[in-house]
Design a protein around this ligand. Sequence first.
Ligand SMILES: [Ca+2]
Length: 165
Amino acid sequence: MLPRMQRRYFVIVLGLFFPAGTALGSPGYPATIASELELPCEPACTLCHTRATGGFATVNTPFGLTVRMDEGLTCCDASLLPGVLAELRQNETDSDGDGASDTEELEALTSPNTEGDVDLACEAAADDSGCSVRAAVGAPRSGRAALLVAAVFVVVAAVRRRRFA
Ligand SMILES: [Ca+2]
């Protein structure tokens, strides 16, 4: 068990890397949807998220609310998506209420969030991260690495100062 002071520094360091509201994980949600429904591109994060970069607490589009509230899909486990998509297909779920089911719309590359034949925002795969990951690692990786090094120095300095005080 870390002494109280060291625990405090440890929590501070964790906070630097994982600020409040950061969701980790969800790799491959867009890719899984594309592969399960045999789409030629990956749906943009805005299929489920209200922000183009995705992220925690932004799954509030009609389709996002369906998969989150009705199907119980949460962060970070893309292996759940095939079952969710199968259930949406079986139930002919229609999140935007336009008469075309969500899976029909996705397969036709139209948005299940907007009535009518509005094009689905779909993009070539840029990486295999999920929308939550994209938001969580918004800072350049080199910047995060520099932050890690700085944080380690702060903790080491604090522990040494305490030890030799
Ligand atoms: Ca629809």
